[in-house]
Design a protein. Structure first.
Length: 544
């Protein structure tokens, strides 16, 4: 080898610049490096050894004549693991009893926790637990007139029993909430609490701070509207009130109150309807004191706003997953979220349903559709969730009050107390437990950016691969998107995905059934949605 003469001379020049300012060990190291670099007869490898040996000294002494500072500085946030990966279960505590029409208390609701833990969930998400207002309380199916036994919507927050920092008396006391949080921890579950920044007409803030609300010309407080819907039981807060500092400070106190009682995850209702400057201030302030706290944005709005909420501090965000059904829709949407332009700040949570959203596919597709959407949500996204009743394949519906082409849950739990048989015939409890176990055991499913969609010759079969960084865990997922019919396809798995050589065979195990198959570059699959609509295959052995 002839060496690297130019680099050797340049390196010597850099060392000579700092030689006179070096002291003690640094001076000796630089002197030795100069001696070796000056020896033209040395092999290039010895010159490199000399440069590496002097690197610590040069880090301390080398002038930074070309140094620049980026303005403004970029901020990086390191979240705890649950902010990245977790399986969420949404539950109304008042609906965990066995007596129709009778609300279960928080203490009574604890009886459900072992079952939810056995289903493999990590996060138990509760709607607001604060007192529910009486004035203009909605009745069943959002009726404008409530009956004497109708419990009201948990999102109509505030009564004579207190506001956002109190517990609905039908659920118990703050001591009962503390006991519930501790019981969740004992079952390996973490609480996520819904915070809705709105008030019922009975909220203590309405009397104490009437200027915190919007006023009509006649002086009355304006209730919330989303035409054609009217929410007479809810008063929106005016974040532009002249007394905004006191309002913001009080909201900050509410969050701190629940943090003091063990809550570290907050799901925020409709954050896009509040000032972005408020969220930036609040989240920064809270996470500065409690870096383990994180926030999920429930913002079904325009994509730019959803992205901006993520940028200003929301750790996770709801998505349009519930409205993406076809093969191309799913591919396009997941690739959009996994693109570097989004994945560095937008962390999605794929909820398969919510109390507000009954996807039309679940209505028409029945039990197979529930299995399909569970597997898609649980394998596409590191964080996903279901609202209770999903595992029972509940899909009784009525026409949506606002959107002509949509439906919503009939006898919605938002307005009444449910009593369910959690082991009713036709449930998919075993599949939920299996999918959550697979998620925990396979690091390939704990990342969003590692997805790669694969070729299949059937538009009803979606196939994708996920692998961990060192490729010791590679999964191939195939899902039949048709809940009505058996579908067949030939699937191509390129050698760089499987890790096997061109044309080589390798062994895969279906983690849903335990079955073992020999696969290669071209593979035939057949999926019956009435039996099991998917394969979750793990590559076990290559070149068999």
């Amino acid at each position: 080898m002839t060496g690297l003469p130019s680099e050797r001379v340049e390196g010597s020049a850099l060392l000579s610049v700092v030689r006179n300012s070096a002291r003690d060990g640094d001076a000796a190291a630089i002197g030795e490096a100069l001696r070796r670099l000056g020896d033209a007869g040395l092999a290039p490898g010895r010159w490199l050894e000399a440069a590496e040996a002097v690197e610590p000294a040069m880090t301390r002494l080398s002038p930074r004549a070309d140094a620049v500072e980026r303005t403004p500085w970029l901020e990086a946030v390191a979240d705890r693991w649950r902010a990245v990966f977790g399986s969420w279960y949404e539950m109304f505590p008042r609906s965990q009893g066995t007596v129709p029409g009778k609300a279960s208390t928080l203490r009574e609701a604890e009886s459900r926790l072992p079952q939810i833990a056995r289903l493999g969930f990590d996060v138990l998400y509760l709607p607001p637990v604060s007192p529910i207002g009486v004035t203009k309380r909605k009745g069943r199916n959002a009726s404008l007139t409530a009956g004497p036994n109708d419990p009201g919507s948990p999102w109509g927050i505030g009564s004579s029993a207190g506001g956002h920092d109190a517990v609905e008396p039908a659920l118990g006391t703050m001591a009962d909430f503390d006991h519930f949080v501790a019981a969740c921890r004992a079952n390996g579950l973490e609480i996520a609490l819904d915070i809705a920044l709105q008030c019922s007409p009975d909220h203590p803030w309405v009397k104490a701070h009437p200027d915190w609300f919007y006023r009509r010309p006649d002086g009355t407080i304006r209730f919330a509207e989303n035409p054609p819907k009217k929410y007479e039981d809810i008063y929106p807060l005016n974040f532009d009130t002249p007394d905004w500092k006191a309002l913001w400070t009080e909201i900050r106190r509410v969050f701190q109150h629940w943090i003091d009682h063990g809550v570290r995850i907050f799901r925020v209702d409709n954050p896009h309807t509040k000032p972005q400057s408020f969220w930036r201030w609040l989240i920064s302030d809270i996470q500065g004191k409690h870096p383990d706290v994180f926030f999920l944005a429930e913002a079904f709005t325009r994509p730019p706003m959803m992205r901006h909420l993520a940028k200003i501090g929301f750790t996770q965000s709801y998505t349009y997953f519930t409205w993406r059904n076809t093969k191309q829709e799913l591919i396009d949407y997941v690739q959009e979220l996994a693109h570097p332009d989004a994945r560095e700040f937008y962390r999605p949570n794929f909820f398969a349903n919510t109390p507000d959203i009954l996807p039309i596919g679940l209505v028409h597709g029945g039990r197979p559709a529930f299995m399909i959407r569970l597997i898609l949500a649980g394998t596409l996204s590191p964080s996903y969730g279901i609202y209770s009743g999903f595992e029972l394949c509940e899909n009784a519906w009525i026409k949506h009050q606002s959107f002509a082409n949509d439906v919503e849950y009939k006898d919605s739990e938002k307005f009444e107390i449910k009593v369910r048989d959690w082991n009713t015939l036709g449930n998919i409890n075993d599949l939920v437990s299996k999918v959550n176990g697979i998620r925990r055991e396979n690091p390939a499913l704990q990342s969003f950016a590692n997805i790669r969609f694969l070729e299949s010759n059937n538009d009803q079969i979606l196939v994708y691969a996920k692998a961990n960084p060192d490729r010791s865990n590679v999964l191939l997922v195939a899902v039949n998107l048709d809940p009505h019919h058996t579908q067949e396809a030939t699937v191509r798995v390129p050698p760089d995905v499987s890790g096997a050589g061109p044309g080589a065979r390798y062994e895969v195990r279906d983690l849903l059934t335990g079955a073992v198959y020999a696969w290669s570059e071209q593979n035939y699959i057949r999926l019956n949605p009435h039996v099991l609509p998917a394969h979750i295959l793990r590559i076990e052995r290559r070149n068999v």
